[in-house]
Design a protein. Sequence first.
Lengths: 259, 259, 259, 259
Amino acid sequence: MSTTKKSSRVKTEMATLDVDSITVRGHNLVDELIGKIDIADLFFLEVSGKLPRPAESRLINAMVVAIAEHGMMPSVIAARLTFLGAPESLQGAVASGLLGAGDTFVGPSSNVAKMLQIEAAAFDGSMAEKAKSIVELYTSTKRRIPGLGQPHHPVDPRTQKLFDMQRELGVPTLNTELMLEIHRFAVQKLQRPLTLNAVAAIGAISSDIGLDWRAVRGIGLIARTVGLIGHVLEEIRMPQANAIWDLVQQATDYSDPHP
Amino acid sequence: MSTTKKSSRVKTEMATLDVDSITVRGHNLVDELIGKIDIADLFFLEVSGKLPRPAESRLINAMVVAIAEHGMMPSVIAARLTFLGAPESLQGAVASGLLGAGDTFVGPSSNVAKMLQIEAAAFDGSMAEKAKSIVELYTSTKRRIPGLGQPHHPVDPRTQKLFDMQRELGVPTLNTELMLEIHRFAVQKLQRPLTLNAVAAIGAISSDIGLDWRAVRGIGLIARTVGLIGHVLEEIRMPQANAIWDLVQQATDYSDPHP
Amino acid sequence: MSTTKKSSRVKTEMATLDVDSITVRGHNLVDELIGKIDIADLFFLEVSGKLPRPAESRLINAMVVAIAEHGMMPSVIAARLTFLGAPESLQGAVASGLLGAGDTFVGPSSNVAKMLQIEAAAFDGSMAEKAKSIVELYTSTKRRIPGLGQPHHPVDPRTQKLFDMQRELGVPTLNTELMLEIHRFAVQKLQRPLTLNAVAAIGAISSDIGLDWRAVRGIGLIARTVGLIGHVLEEIRMPQANAIWDLVQQATDYSDPHP
Amino acid sequence: MSTTKKSSRVKTEMATLDVDSITVRGHNLVDELIGKIDIADLFFLEVSGKLPRPAESRLINAMVVAIAEHGMMPSVIAARLTFLGAPESLQGAVASGLLGAGDTFVGPSSNVAKMLQIEAAAFDGSMAEKAKSIVELYTSTKRRIPGLGQPHHPVDPRTQKLFDMQRELGVPTLNTELMLEIHRFAVQKLQRPLTLNAVAAIGAISSDIGLDWRAVRGIGLIARTVGLIGHVLEEIRMPQANAIWDLVQQATDYSDPHP
């Protein structure tokens, strides 16, 4: 390869080390961060470059706690089965489960935030008019509005809890109000009840505390990581993967392909 | 497959759902956890089945913050290069980086905890005698003692900070004292300075707050996840992966294999 | 959870086992497949349910060989850095590199196949008219036409080689001809030379041998897996990850964030 | 970071590119490899630096075919559940399944090769004496001898098939004979029948064709990749992940933890 070309440089605003100190996003790690901030603060600092206010930090903690643990979810089953095959690698089992944190389950919170931060902002008018335009846009293009509908809960008990916290903590509620308006118009337009789910709350509250819509998936990824660690540790203490495998084997019907 | 065999059951103590409530490790999620616990508490609950005391929670937060962000580390470079190839999948880039959280960088904190919780406990005698036995065991079998040595920092500034917090918070310090004794004997035995690194502090403090040694890797995995999310978000705003690739290409010398 | 609900069944046409035989897609594994088919045949059988003809098999082998190994590519660097952190897990390093086989590098061959199989088929007219419609569609919506352009090679030497093989083997060439027409119109429309790259050949030939467009990514995934295994084995014999890390560290400039 | 330090170089014997040619392990890719070698040859070239003889190539193909597809195995279930959560990423689903190719299912073939290539070679004496020493070593340290035992098949029909091929193809059989001796002594020592499984055949034959024991896992990884691609494609055509999830949910019993 050519060596005459001027050498590339790599830029970052994340962190730097020297012999006796570590700087994380402009802060001395030991003097200013360790012992002074929690994991939620760290996440906010990582993705936005600044520390959150206490109310914002509490909301991030609440959102992660709300979605971290639901029992035998698909990503948990995947992680447990991966651990059965590769017990030498805790990180492999966790990564295997994390790979399912995509468009179906974790993406929608980010899509809610994008809808509120980007798509609604492109429409003129009052909040009600923006909400109406969003519902028209989605229904006319047959796209599902993210944040609406939930298989297990006709009313998602986490949604109200998170919105209550937001109000009590005195954080701005502009995006939450817009989400509620969208819900209202969608129910009216589609003529059927639609659960306003936890994903809607997370997308709206994240937007109200200033998180970029692309960072919102981070909340789901942290929640999944914590939950997956818990399940893999339970798998070590009380292995279930063989029982799961056996269940699937017994329920499987094979037939020849008809190409 | 046979269907006469009695159907397997799957057991868990993690969580369960019904139509209007979610139970996480014996607690009603909405009433008892959301808004009341933080991410560190959730991690402790996930892996141990009980909530930590406030001092324990603060130490978990401090340990995660201490190791989450160090700039352009190998796992970060891997995640950024993965994102270059697969920008459709934030979780894929994070998982790619997380897969490097293995025996070299994250495993040692777990190995410290195992050394303190299991290996030292197998020796008789006073704390000093146990420490001496551990050093003899490792040096006689030419194994490296985990928690000692650090490439960047002759003194690791995070170690003292974490031990100071532990003492100020009034948490038991038995495992930390044992680790300090091991450090003392190792320096004496090997006749050279050895950095007591952050990994030693994390293994010891985790043991003192009652975490199973296998759960200690979880602290590293959460820290990595948060840090990797931060770097992938920076990669979206300010792409560096092509510059990294270019650097490596320009510095690479190929020669034919001599099989 | 409810147990009154009728138990789910799982259907598959892939394989089944009993005490003394294994059936893979309708074939007895030991009697009909082992020793009689190669890896390329197996791939074709897996994704289409039938065995390829010899010419089709040779083309699959050729396509995988064409894209498997290019030296220090981003996915290879990621895999080597992951192995540095987690040397206990060969599969983790390979998986880490595989995660970069997404929309940027591997997806385009699948997009070529989709363009030829689905998008072009939706237009009426002669092959030339379909090709012209495709170029209009992509340029009017400012989408990049997949298969055109290549950073390293003004002429991609693999493309002609693969098309020559296809013709010599007497396989149908309808999709390849359509791809050539699209190339011709694109050059004419954009008024600049455009490399017809290996991705175009793979998308077109795969379509001509009857692979579903979604299966075409499989060719890239197999190629990557083989190449990544080779690089991780070289990393074991001759470690380079620390040198790569060092290069990046030395070339990195940190600045504080301006949130 | 310091810039005075002499810049690192990265060495490789895998591949290099220039404007009009690609060199893979000493061979011109277009002129010498595409159309002339198959995927098995490519794997051998990648890991050993030389091309295999035709008989060696046929054995690699046979070994991959023998273990690629067994229906609803744990890694397949993991990949399908991952795809349910992240349908945007075929590579993520495949990687998720690949992460289970660890010590339990894929590692043993590599362990067989290590036992034959390294451990047995350390003993003096005739082949029978080496085999006896190996059995003594494993049984006295209560380690399971890799390659012996199989849950589904009292006789593994793949083993004999692969050994027959090896003999018919006139490849050296020294490692296979050693494995058969080990099997004989193990049955005699443990006084019970032990299936000589496909893993034993793969470890022995790989050793007889000159593959380094660490490269043997590569055969399992390629086999898994091909099989996982097949299953994810079936999942696209005929989704089963929700049925699997439902099965597990219905069979799960939750109880509160007793910390």
